[in-house]
Design a protein around this ligand. Structure first.
Ligand code: E4P
Length: 217
């Protein structure tokens, strides 16, 4: 399983990229709004940091296919690594079909059922993004959705990649890896949690103490 970082914060993108642990970035309208910066300015800055797929979503207020298609073309023109993120609606599927035919990569987002994932794949989506955490939030096990989509895509030889999204903690990450998700898009804070272990910290402290006791500073 590969990692994307799920953020529009360029400092967090840089920190994750510098460690060599991510190979792409996902953003969404809420993450862009949180930064309070111009969409294309943020995306260009991210593209200058990470050499990999960068998902940029059509405007939250765009609901019809023809506007999603024209916005999708504009997003794709920002940088060759751009992936156009499209919400899972009937109009979204129409937009995916057209953009895919033009060679533009798409990421169908807000996927909450295996049926939605299958339709998105058949429309030509490069990626589907099932949202784990938001299902857990309503007491429906999100990991079951990742497993179901994985099983269906494997059984039918579907090449659309699964980006496990709405990841809230390191256990989500490990469950997604075990389920076979192609990619997990993870907030920087969760990546940071994954790095640390109390026994690693204790081990480092002990090595330092033992070294200093014999060799000094
Ligand atoms: C996915 O691409 C979304 O940006 C993201 O994972 C949503 O996560 P949230 O449910 O924590 O907002």
């Amino acid at each position: 399983m590969r990692f994307f970082v799920d953020t529009a914060n360029t400092e967090d993108v840089k920190k994750a990229n510098d460690m060599g642990i991510i190979c792409g970035v996902t953003t969404n309208p809420s993450l862009i709004a949180k930064e309070g910066r111009d969409f294309s300015e943020v995306i260009k800055e991210i593209a200058s940091i990470v050499d990999g797929p960068i998902s940029g979503e059509v405007k939250a207020t765009t609901t019809d296919a023809s506007n999603m298609i024209s916005e999708g073309r504009e997003i794709a023109a920002i940088h060759p690594n751009m992936v156009v993120k499209i919400p899972m609606t009937a109009e979204g599927l129409k937009a995916v079909k057209v953009l895919n035919a033009e060679g533009i990569k798409t990421n169908v987002t807000l996927v909450f059922s295996a049926a939605q994932a299958l339709l998105a794949a058949r429309a030509g989506a490069t990626y589907v993004s099932p949202f784990l955490g938001r299902l857990d939030d309503i007491s429906m096990p999100g990991i079951d959705l990742i497993r179901d989509i994985m099983e269906i895509f494997t059984q039918h030889g579907i090449e659309t990649e699964i980006i496990a999204a709405s990841i809230r903690n390191p256990i989500h990450v490990i469950d997604c890896a075990k389920a076979g998700a192609d990619i997990a898009t993870v907030p920087y804070g969760v990546l940071a949690q994954m790095i640390r272990h109390p026994l690693t910290d204790q081990g480092i402290d002990k090595f330092v103490a033992d070294y200093k006791a014999v060799f000094g500073e």
